[in-house]
Design a protein around this ligand. Structure first.
Ligand SMILES: Nc1ncnc2c1ncn2[C@@H]1O[C@H](COP(=O)(O)OP(=O)(O)OP(=O)(O)O)[C@@H](O)[C@H]1O
Length: 335
């Protein structure tokens, strides 16, 4: 089986800033550890996805589903880890990929150009995409005037017609109505029949069970389970059931525990030491550069003046010697 997506220890780290001023400050000064609020949106994710597979992705809010879809579609880079994607990806998400200030038509043209279509190809595709999106006169209005369902329709229509190898659908179908949903399902089935790879993110367990071959459960930024769909969906549902039967205090304790697991505190002394080493290295490096610059400047500015001064002295000495010699000669001849 051909591997289409390979992730090895992929992590995405974010820093939360309390204010914009704090963010600005950390750009100029090494941030103090007490201010640090780094956390993993995604932590050490390793997986392989093969050609022709449809992978369903489940997980509670904030578990990292959109982060992984954005990384796979190269919308954002991972902080660390290795990623190999064999083929062209296309992401359909409610708020990603469309330029809000451009009209539907212009967005179609732009996306098609980005996918490498010729002008002629684009002219042929535009009516097909517009017909699939089925948003009427809104197609020539700016996307900012669209409802989320209309954005999703246009996004799906563009992606479905640009022939991607790997289609990533992030919750995009949840905002469309049932007529559009069925159209998208038919298109997804067409893609499956063409042996394309699909990554399908949804909160609807029914949809996930229907569409997927394997299921990935992301939990607190990590892979909790990845494999046969019925087994993984059951594990996920069992977790939801377990969580829902907890008391309010137990739920809060559990959520706090998840936050702590995700926060980058456990290696705090190592980070602090690393930062300390790094900043002292930077300090000595800068000092070294300044000293070298000073010595070079001194060489070129001071040495020529010294040489000139010495030269003048020599001239004066020679002149004085000559004067002495001349007077001695004069005295000698008088004698
Ligand atoms: N740009 C960002 N800056 C800071 N934190 C971010 C950023 N983007 C995402 N996050 C955080 O990363 C974590 C994972 O977010 P993500 O959107 O991937 O979750 P999700 O599983 O898609 O959630 P949902 O089901 O609510 O859509 C969340 O805690 C989120 O707040």
């Amino acid at each position: 089986m051909k591997t289409k997506v390979q992730l090895r220890n992929v992590s995405k780290k974010y820093t939360l800033y309390r204010t914009n001023a704090e963010k600005l400050k950390t750009m100029f000064t090494p941030k103090k550890l007490k201010d640090q609020r780094d956390f993993y949106a995604l932590k050490n994710v390793s997986l392989d996805i093969f050609e022709g597979e449809t992978i369903g992705v489940v997980g509670i809010n904030g578990s990292g589903k959109s982060t992984i879809s954005n990384i796979l579609a190269s919308v954002i880079p991972p902080t660390t880890g290795e990623m190999n994607i064999h083929g062209e990806t296309s992401l359909i998400a409610i708020n990603v990929g469309l330029n809000n200030n451009l009209s539907g038509y212009d967005n179609i043209e732009l996306k098609c150009l980005m996918h490498g279509f010729s002008k002629k190809g684009i002219t042929e595709l535009i009516p097909k995409i517009a017909a699939f999106a089925d948003i009427g006169d809104f197609i020539d209005q700016p996307v900012k005037s669209y409802s989320s369902g209309m954005k999703s329709r246009l996004g799906f229509a563009i992606s479905a017609h640009t022939n991607p190898d790997i289609l990533i659908v992030d919750e995009a179908l949840s905002v469309g109505d049932r007529t559009f949903y069925q159209k998208c399902r038919d298109k997804i089935d067409e893609f499956k029949a063409q042996n394309k790879t699909i990554i399908f993110i949804s909160h609807s367990i029914g949809e996930i069970k229907n569409i997927s071959d394997r299921v990935l459960w992301l939990h607190n930024g990590e892979v909790r389970s990845f494999g046969e769909k019925t087994a993984v969906v059951k594990e996920y549902e069992d977790y939801i059931k377990w969580f829902n039967q907890l008391s309010k205090e137990e739920k809060d304790t559990h959520k706090q525990q998840l936050r702590e697991e995700r926060a980058i505190f456990e290696d705090a002394p190592a980070v602090a030491q690393h930062k300390k080493n790094k900043s002292s290295l930077v300090f000595w490096g800068q000092l070294g550069v300044c000293l070298t610059a000073f010595l070079v400047a001194s060489y070129f500015l001071v040495v020529p003046s010294l040489m000139a001064a010495l030269g003048e002295n020599n001239d004066q000495d020679t002149k004085q010697n000559k004067d002495v010699e001349t007077s001695q000669l004069e005295n000698g001849s008088r004698r």
